[in-house]
Design a binder for this molecule. Sequence first.
Ligand SMILES: C[S@@+](CC[C@H](N)C(=O)[O-])C[C@H]1O[C@@H](n2cnc3c(N)ncnc32)[C@H](O)[C@@H]1O
Length: 207
Amino acid sequence: MPRFFIEALRKRKEVGAVAASSKYLARAMTDPISDDRSSQRVLEVGAGTGAFTGHILDRLGPGGSADIVELNPKFCDRLRKRVVGPWSDQASDRSATVIEGCIEDAPLEPGYSTIVCGLPFNSFPPGVASRILQQLVDLLAPGGTLAFFEYAGFPTLRCAIPGPWQVDAKAHRASLRDLSSTMTQQRRFVLRNVLPAWAVFLRSQGV
Ligand SMILES: C[S@@+](CC[C@H](N)C(=O)[O-])C[C@H]1O[C@@H](n2cnc3c(N)ncnc32)[C@H](O)[C@@H]1O
């Protein structure tokens, strides 16, 4: 059985998906990196088995660097051996580091031009989700972009269908609205993914 699926079953809340993201979602999510010619510092959060990581590394220009934060030790092992290691052997003028642990405790300096986030915010308690989102916004450089994704229709259904999840879903939606009120928001629909998803881009104010 593929590693992602096994870990998704073992750590359902942490992984928050049954399949790794598709290359179509990966392309959409990593698109802001190409706009980003000078001093590229990229942060990836919740890298899983590396569905976005290879695309991030491919887009890094000379002198660029990527910090890749992942909580699951098995995924980190795989990222180092199969994705970052082979890439580093050929990319002497750029760098990538896998940081094992949760994003809340990761020792990161602000100033990222792009943050690509794969965290399953809809599986987290809303307080945790909004704290992490604020942390990521604070890590952006002026004019930087935070990209994350949501499965299409899922947040709307969680808000609309009565149940114990509804309060959390509405709180998450409200905190996202507050956070994005000071940023420029764009969304791109990606059909070819299990499940179809919206890539959401929040761009911070420039200097
Ligand atoms: C939905 S999966 C996304 C994986 C991959 N980016 C993709 O799209 O296929 C979410 C990933 O976030 C990781 N994760 C969950 N909570 C985390 C946290 N607090 N800090 C860092 N990574 C976390 C999980 O281990 C999992 O690999």
